[in-house]
Design a protein around this ligand. Structure first.
Ligand code: GRF
Length: 206
């Protein structure tokens, strides 16, 4: 299995997918995106993947599966079939079943639009605004069985302005997402990391 082969799972717009594919194309992110899976037929991310020439771009309809676990098993089989070492969640709006997380333990990463452990869940940007924090940001983390709870790989901070709306704050956060997600992937394949307790310790480049 190539340690640089990556599967990216998406549900929506795909701006993180796009920046990763751009970074791969210009040589600043040394991964090989073999597979993109969407659980939404109309996700703009699907076209982004096709236009970038990703070898395998797949839409799977959750309604074709009896339960979450069988849908996730179909995704897992595709990931193994295409020998993907890393699974990158990029706006993937489904909770993964425990068996999927265990099958790929330490190999699934996600980006979340808040500074975890603050504001986990699907409404992180609104929750940060409602709380009234003065800074927020984004977190790249390993996925474990706790929602948005896995060890942290990278974080970036942005200010929250008094007149921010959900959209204006999310746009500011996404600028940082687009910077740190490809950079973290690069670091993962080039350096690797060790988990000490729940802390990620980056290896030095070999
Ligand atoms: C991002 O804000 C990410 O933090 C969250 O979902 C959003 C996906 O955006 N998990 P996009 O589809 O990559 O544009």
């Amino acid at each position: 299995m190539s340690s640089k082969a990556v599967a990216i799972m998406v549900s929506g717009r795909g701006s993180n997918l796009a920046v990763i594919l751009e970074a791969v194309a210009v040589g600043t992110c040394p991964v090989d995106v073999q597979l993109v899976i969407s659980n939404k037929a109309d996700a703009p991310a699907l076209n982004i993947a096709r236009q970038a020439g990703v070898p395998h771009v797949v839409y799977l309809n959750p309604k074709d599966y009896e339960e979450r676990a069988s849908f996730d098993a179909a995704c897992a089989d595709l990931i193994d079939k295409h020998a993907c070492q890393w699974i990158v969640l990029a706006g993937y709006m489904r909770i993964l079943s425990s068996f999927f997380v265990r099958r790929f333990v330490g190999r699934i990463i996600n980006i979340h639009p808040a500074i975890l452990p603050a504001f986990p869940g699907a409404h992180a940007v609104e929750d940060a605004l409602t709380y009234g924090v003065k800074v927020s940001g984004c977190t790249v983390h390993l996925v474990d069985e706790v929602l948005d709870g896995g060890p942290v790989l990278a974080q970036a901070v942005v200010p929250v302005h008094d007149d921010d709306t959900r959209d204006s704050l999310h746009a500011r956060i996404q600028k940082e997402e687009h910077r740190i997600y490809p950079a973290t992937l690069k670091r993962m394949v080039e350096c690797g990391f060790t988990i000490v307790g729940r802390k990620v310790v980056w290896n030095t480049k070999t």
